[in-house]
Design a protein around this ligand. Structure first.
Ligand code: NAD
Length: 489
């Protein structure tokens, strides 16, 4: 069962309804309200942070890393046991096709807990022996201690996946969390409360407060003096606002922010595979993935052929009922976001783009006519300084430009304020390594996209983020290192 009334989850229980503001939870595929959400009051946020602080000193704080790892596996088991409910909740909130949510979003929600359970069982800390000035002996060893109460502020594009990507390492390290899911997608974070309770996670370890950002739960949480660190995924300008909030109390932040990711296709690449994977990189989740490619540079001899191949892929996408297994293309998250993306479609036309395909809103059958549908779109012919080529759109669209040399492709790709990821297609091994080194991005994919061992560092350079998470790198953020120096002679 998924919740039709979504309540704040604090100190191991859903808060009883009261005089809270109610927000509509809209299914973007249809435009229908599928649940009502109780917006957390400042008092609810206080309550959640206080519960999280108490829980640090309770049974949770006394568990060994191996016991916490076992707890994380139980949470993963719980997600898998409620797979159908998580799937239904995610699809109702996002409208994403069932094939995507069942293969990516929900399995990764469980996998994140398992991955960090394993990291916690395999890492060690530093140990050094030393001589004292008077010729004696001392040892130094490092303890990794939890940072405390972690605020986890999440976006709407991959709700369960991105939330658990932060909650799992935070809990693995012995912290407690207060999660603020996106106001667009509160359902899976709420459902996870039930899983936590059933998995025997002590009260107050996992808390969820619902609401918007400014003037609501997001701002109240990130400004809260009882929060020890803030981990955030979302837009770069929201990151800047949260960083200001974090300055009071000098709280550390970990940020995964926006992108304007480039793909480079060399003429020597396997063009069929490159076109197939590039279509995923542009259109998966209706382009609403931070790692999505919105700028594509294709070597001139294969430019026309590649544009035609990608156009064919775009036109073969099947929009439709998200619960139908043959649907391969879903809506945007909201009508508001569609207005923003449609604004870029209009800007592209005004700037003189050649619209290779798409360029408008999608006309859907009656059942879905109230949804936030928009056409998969490919442009060519825009100058590099147009807003469409420079700004993150976060929609199913890409601009493709030809290039004549490796240096030129690199210059285009790196000419951006962002640095989240990049994608390179070539069969020339030396070039693949050379270009990867010169691309200014946190992740470079060669002959692939959206593929990653969860133990590696993930994050963005330039304005795409601060810090790295993943594997041992997450431990750097979610723990405080303490050195103990012991004279032993
Ligand atoms: P957003 O920044 O609008 O919102 C993210 C979260 O922050 C929401 O929960 C929102 O309520 C909250 N928020 C907004 N203003 C706030 C404030 N002033 N104080 C505290 N909280 C506040 O982002 P979005 O629209 O939900 O997500 C899309 C963005 O996320 C895109 O820019 C995308 O690139 C980025 N993103 C980045 C990554 C990554 O790994 N780098 C992953 C996914 C999404």
């Amino acid at each position: 069962m998924i919740h039709t009334r979504i309540s704040n989850f604090v100190d191991g229980a859903y808060l009883p309804g009261g005089a809270r503001q109610i927000m509509d939870d809209v299914n973007p595929a249809t435009g229908a309200v599928h649940a009502l959400v109780e917006e957390a009051t400042p008092a609810d946020v206080d309550h959640a942070v206080a519960a999280a602080r108490r829980a640090l000193k309770g049974p949770w704080g006394k568990l060994s890393p191996a016991e916490r790892a076992a707890a994380l596996h139980r949470i993963a088991d719980g997600i898998e046991a409620r797979f159908a409910d998580f799937l239904a909740a995610e699809i109702a909130d996002t409208g994403k096709p069932v094939t995507m949510a069942s293969h990516l979003d929900i399995p990764r929600g469980a996998a994140n807990f398992r991955a960090f359970a394993n990291v916690m069982q395999s890492h060690g800390t530093e140990f050094f022996t030393m001589k004292t000035p008077d010729g004696g002996d001392a040892i130094n060893y490092t303890l990794r201690e939890p940072k405390g109460v972690i605020a986890v502020v999440c976006p709407w594009n991959l709700p369960l996946l991105l939330m658990t990507w932060k909650v799992a390492p935070a809990l693995a390290c012995g912290n407690t969390v207060v999660v603020k899911p996106s106001e667009e997608t509160p359902a899976t974070a709420a459902l996870l409360g039930e899983v936590m309770a059933k998995a025997g996670i002590p009260d107050g370890v996992y808390n969820v407060v619902h609401g918007r950002g400014p003037g609501s739960a997001g701002e109240a949480l990130t400004r809260h003096p009882g929060v020890d660190a803030i981990t955030f995924t979302g837009e770069t300008r929201t990151g800047a606002a949260i960083m200001k909030a974090a300055a009071d109390g000098v709280r550390p932040v970990s940020f995964e922010l926006g992108g304007k990711n480039a793909g480079i296709v060399f003429a020597d690449s396997n063009l069929d595979v490159a076109a197939e994977q590039t279509a995923r990189a542009v259109f998966l989740n209706a382009g609403q993935i931070c790692l999505q490619t919105e700028r594509l540079y294709v070597e001139r001899p294969v430019f026309e052929r590649f544009v035609a191949a990608l156009k064919a892929k775009a036109e073969a996408l099947r929009p439709g009922d998200p619960n139908d297994k043959t649907t391969s293309f879903g809506p945007l998250i909201s009508l508001e976001h569609r207005q923003k993306v449609a604004g870029y479609y209009e800007a592209a036309r005004r700037a003189g783009a050649q619209v290779q395909t798409g360029g408008g809103v999608l006309e859907m059958p009656t059942a879905f006519s109230g949804g936030a549908w928009i056409e998969p779109t490919i442009w060519t012919g825009l100058p590099e300084d147009s807003s469409v080529v420079r700004e993150e759109i976060f929609g199913p669209c890409v601009h493709i430009r030809p290039f004549d040399s490796e240096d030129e492709a690199l210059a285009f790709a790196n000419d951006t304020a962002y640095g989240l990821c990049a994608m390179v297609w070539t069969t020339n091994l030396a070039r693949a390594h050379r270009v990867s080194r010169l691309l200014e991005a946190g992740t470079v994919w060669v002959n692939s996209w959206f593929l990653r061992d969860l133990r590696v560092a993930f994050g963005g350079s330039k304005q795409s983020g601060i810090g790295r998470e993943g594997g041992l790198h997450s431990l750097e953020f979610y723990t405080e290192l303490k050195n103990v120096c012991v004279r032993v002679d």
